[in-house]
Design a protein around this ligand. Sequence first.
Ligand code: G3P
Ligand code: CA
Length: 279
Amino acid sequence: HHDAVTHARQHPPQVVAHRGASEDAPEHTLAAYRKAIEDGADALECDVRLTADGHLVCVHDRRVNRTSNGRGAVSTLELSDLAALDFGSWKTRDSFGVRTEEPDWEHRPEDREATSVLTLERLLELVLDAGRRVELAIETKHPTRWAGQVEERLLLLLKRFGLDAPAEAGESPVRVMSFSARSLHRVRAASPTLPTVYLTQFVSPRLRDGRLPAGVRIAGPSLRIARSHPAYIERLKEAGHQVHVWTVDDPRDVDLCVGLGVDAIITNRPRAVLERLGR
Ligand code: G3P
Ligand code: CA
């Protein structure tokens, strides 16, 4: 562990809060993202989906059933439908739906916005108002009935914030991630300097040589890949790619990532990972 800490001091990986500080607070809510910023995360991760009326909202699953008190697919609901739902209280109930006595996150019911559906627009405002540099890794979810339109809306929204066309990729506080090479291709075609991350869950034979889809500079392998194919991670690094690994919650896996020279650690527990890195 000591060596890992020394290495981390020299090449500190970025700590990315996966769905916000989602171990402590309900994922993809302002409550979770505010907590991640307070915890000192360098960046935030979010999944985006398009509502029936064309708004980008931060929701992981195709349906809202798991993370709200409503039902149905995001793509068939309007923003006003989603705004009527509570995206927080599932976190304070156990698996039988019984209210746990002490929720392990601070919930102020009067602060409705904190656990309402979160639009990407509101999350961008939060990031830009953080008072320090906080980056945002936006994941497009596929397949979707809104293929193509997700990327179009995303770029329009980023443009409104002046974030769609960074002078250099390294300067951009925003990056777009996806398991869909097509989705990333659409983003790059419209905005060549916006950084993109190609997410992978398994090492496919096609990927083994460390090549990514054309123009993509950042690899986003799963922790499973990092554990079982460390040589593949090394190959990616040798090919000049950045490597962002998800989802890393165990301190031993933080050490593994540091040892492999991983550039960003995506975690549900940003505070714990920062501590492990000696920050
Ligand atoms: O950061 C990438 C990771 O979030 C991909 O998996 O299912 O958690 O979106 P998932
Ligand atoms: Ca994600």
